[in-house]
Design a protein around this ligand. Structure first.
Ligand SMILES: C[S@@+](CC[C@H](N)C(=O)[O-])C[C@H]1O[C@@H](n2cnc3c(N)ncnc32)[C@H](O)[C@@H]1O
Length: 207
């Protein structure tokens, strides 16, 4: 795959190449995903929504971390099919629901979600303000969001980031949250081989 194709597949994995990319993401992102899952799971509430779950390989760990109900949303049909296969046991038990759709228009009621987690997705959002407004709509009053990113500094040498990819730093995510109805609860960074893994937690402001 060319760097441009890799970026396109990371944005929205589709078909055989999409499945291949999803498997690579699972290998490369486990530490970043688990950091964000762990931090958001400390926040109060029973249900959690993951936006952009990829193959959903790690989602079952959210139950082990104390969440009662797991909801997922992704606009890639390839990822939805894969995540449904991987998590079939929990879907059958009625503990997990996976939906197809875009983050800027989610099929959820106002004030219905306790926590949102989204990892390695914000770089691909053309209008993050609109998505954050939508997240705030579905979050309960004082609900929490965890945004997982790699900092610009550690990924800017990767060729695919030159194609339709918006760089972020923890301070840029914090600013975006503050400007879009959230307060900052915490920012955590850990080392992940040659990368960094970041988790920024925001809380929906009552305004
Ligand atoms: C780079 S992958 C990250 C997957 C996983 N979170 C990880 O860190 O390994 C981005 C995922 O988010 C989904 N996605 C990106 N933007 C989205 C949007 N605006 N609405 C819904 N899903 C989105 C893609 O389809 C893909 O499954």
């Amino acid at each position: 795959m060319t760097p441009e194709e890799i970026s396109k597949q990371l944005r929205k994995p589709e078909g055989e190449n999409g499945l291949y990319i999803a498997e690579s993401m699972n290998k490369l992102s486990s530490k970043l995903i688990r950091l964000n899952y762990k931090e958001i799971s400390k926040m109060p509430g029973d249900n959690i929504l993951e936006i952009g779950f990829g193959s959903g390989f790690f989602m079952k760990e959210l139950f082990e971390m104390g969440n009662e109900r797991v909801i997922g949303l992704d606009y890639s049909e390839t990822m939805l099919d894969e995540a449904r296969k991987i998590n079939n046991e929990f879907i059958q038990k009625g503990r997990m629901e996976l939906y197809h759709g875009p983050a800027h228009q989610m099929p959820f009621e106002d004030n219905s979600i306790d926590k949102v987690v989204t990892i390695n997705t914000i770089y691909f959002w053309d209008e993050p303000e609109i998505i954050l407004r939508e997240i705030k709509r579905v979050l309960k009053c004082e609900g929490h969001i965890a945004i997982g990113i790699r900092n610009e500094e550690t990924v800017k040498h990767l060729e695919f980031t030159r194609h339709n990819f918006e760089f972020y730093s923890t301070s840029k995510v914090e600013k975006l949250l503050l400007e879009n109805g959230f307060e900052i609860v915490s920012s955590k960074t850990i080392q992940d081989n040659e990368y960094d893994a970041n988790c920024i937690i925001g809380k929906a402001r009552m305004d």
